[in-house]
Design a binder for this molecule. Structure first.
Ligand SMILES: Nc1ncnc2c1ncn2[C@@H]1O[C@H](COP(=O)(O)OP(=O)(O)OP(=O)(O)O)[C@@H](O)[C@H]1O
Ligand SMILES: C=C(C)CCOP(=O)(O)O
Length: 250
């Protein structure tokens, strides 16, 4: 039987110290990498910005909808993400994972309405050839705006159908989507279920924190899990920890 295909996002808040500019959380990254190295799945890994991308994007006033035409600002955001990507890829390779970087700036764009197009063939082919493509949130060309931020959550939504993912997981610092009382919500079928509870990130974050994540995953055709770092091994072993975001048409 061929292994299942899994799209996994490692939250920037997991692999970096989100409140300290451009700082990798080496211990957390190592724990995540160790769990990934144990997995038999055909994996596509995506990681977020954490204290690398968000801090620069915020400084240059760039979000997923508001762009910049300042090439130096755009390069500063991109370079920070490439640096984090290199740290993730090197940590994965050191653990024996056949990781290779894929940079969205050269593979994705938005139209005037913000709709994303992503060239997924390189990712599909790398996967077929036994590699683990590692993509990252980035800046991408946006019609009428210059460049805007592309979040890792959007990448997950675009990649899952392209690679015919069996499962999708978002590993963040929280154990799942939390309700008003702070308990993990088992399942979300529509944004209205959690609209009052979900909000932005606690740290500098230009892509919408948990609210953005839930909205993005609801657009997906397969169920997705949101869970914390302690549950990464369980998710990769086939369990459904944290919150299930039901996906499919709302
Ligand atoms: N109801 C909620 N349940 C859980 N987290 C919430 C909720 N409302 C807001 N949040 C915030 O959303 C954050 C998770 O989103 P965030 O974008 O920071 O995660 P990430 O994907 O791990 O990081 P990055 O965006 O850097 O990749 C939590 O740390 C918390 O601060
Ligand atoms: C801030 C940048 C460049 C990437 C954001 O990706 P995210 O952390 O997945 O939302």
């Amino acid at each position: 039987m061929s292994p299942e295909t899994v799209v996994l996002k490692l939250g920037g808040s997991v692999v970096t110290e989100k409140d300290r500019p451009e700082t990798v959380d080496t211990a957390a990254l190592q724990r995540a990498v160790a769990a990934v190295a144990e997995s038999d799945a055909a994996l596509v890994v995506v990681h977020g910005g954490g204290s690398f991308g968000h801090h620069h994007a915020d400084e240059h006033g760039v979000s997923t909808t508001t762009g910049t035409r300042d090439p130096e600002g755009a390069l500063a955001i991109h370079d920070a993400m490439v640096e984090l990507n290199r740290a993730v890829v090197e940590a994965l390779q050191a653990a024996g994972v056949a990781a290779l970087p894929v940079q969205p700036l050269s593979a994705a764009a938005r139209d005037e309405g913000g709709a994303l197009s992503l060239a997924t063939e390189p990712v599909e082919r790398l996967l077929d050839e036994g590699f683990v493509p590692v993509l990252h949130g980035d800046v991408i060309a946006h019609e009428g705006e210059g460049v805007t931020v592309l979040s890792g959550d959007e990448l997950v939504v675009a990649l899952a159908p392209a690679v015919d993912a069996d499962r999708v997981g978002l590993c963040s610092t929280v154990p799942g989507v939390l309700d008003d009382a702070g308990s993990v919500v088992d399942r979300v079928d529509a944004f209205a279920d959690v609209a009052d509870a979900v909000g932005d990130s606690d740290a500098t974050d230009v892509t919408g924190g948990m609210a953005g994540k839930v909205r993005a995953l609801l657009a997906l055709g397969v169920p997705a899990q949101i869970f914390g770092p302690d549950a990464l091994g369980a998710f990769l072993a086939g369990e459904a920890p944290g919150t299930t975001i039901a996906g499919g048409p709302e």
